[in-house]
Design a protein around this ligand. Structure first.
Ligand code: ATP
Length: 238
């Protein structure tokens, strides 16, 4: 289980996150909903060890304290981030991108099995393994980015706006893949602009406003919450 306790992040004088606490169990999908600039990416980056946290912040995975670990040690502990914009290496082939994800010690022995699982999840990648990643479509590149994170054999996957720039069909395929990942026992913490589709596949969700959690509930309850409908689902009175 991922446990985030009183996580705070500042950029200079700007407080981007204040005392954010949340948890994600293995095998569940949890969505973070918030307006632009609310602090969603900062939350994922801080969990992944990519931005500095305030002193009282704590991040733990299955009881192991990750708070002060370097980013590569956090991957080693079982937390993998798919960053906004995907972060894949365009000049490398799909296979090489995936292999980079298997660098973690925890994943080296099971590289073949993990690659088979990624191909099973995204069959399109199997015909494209030797193609330069930059020549893939946006949706295919997102598959490579998620596949690369899965190659580290994570317990929890962090995803920052994975549907950004994807067509409706690609988006729907992506959300199906996330459900398939969840079924393998991996927990998913998802930041998404697409509130409707992400709530539809999520178990629970948190609302974040100006760097602080302002609400949390089951995805079902959030879907029928008038404030959520108005802010994120385009329903209700303006
Ligand atoms: P979006 O949906 O627009 O990506 P977000 O909810 O992911 O937004 P963050 O990217 O976490 O929000 O940013 C939170 C706040 O911190 C914003 O006000 C942003 O301008 C600020 N911020 C983010 N990164 C930096 C940085 N490297 N330096 C200074 N300020 C930053």
């Amino acid at each position: 289980m991922l446990e985030v306790h009183k996580l705070s992040v500042s950029y200079g004088k700007h407080a981007a996150l204040r005392d954010v606490s949340l948890r994600v169990d293995r095998g569940e999908i949890v969505v973070i909903l918030g307006a632009n600039g609310a602090g969603k990416s900062s939350l994922l980056k801080a969990c992944a060890g990519l931005v500095a946290k305030h002193e009282n912040s704590a991040v733990a995975l299955s009881g192991k304290d990750l708070t002060d670990l370097a980013a590569h040690r956090i991957v080693e502990a079982g937390l993998a981030l798919v960053p906004e914009g995907r972060g894949i290496f365009g000049d490398l082939t799909v296979r090489e991108n995936l292999e980079l994800g298997a660098f973690a010690k925890r994943a080296r022995a099971s590289e073949k099995e993990n690659l088979a699982r990624v191909i099973d999840l995204f069959p399109k990648l199997s015909e494209r393994l030797d193609q330069a990643a930059r020549t893939m479509s946006g949706g295919e590149q997102q598959m490579v980015a998620i596949g690369r994170a899965l190659m580290s054999n994570p317990d929890i996957l962090l995803l920052d706006e994975p549907s950004l720039g994807l067509s409706p069909i690609m988006t729907s395929d992506l959300f199906k893949a996330l459900t398939a990942i969840q079924k393998t026992g991996v927990g998913v913490l998802l930041v998404e602009q697409n509130a409707r589709q992400s709530l539809a596949i999520s178990d629970r969700g948190y609302l974040i406003e100006n760097g602080a959690i302002t609400g949390q509930d089951t995805a079902l309850a959030l879907q029928s919450d008038p404030a959520v409908q108005k802010a994120f689902l385009g329903l209700g009175a303006a």
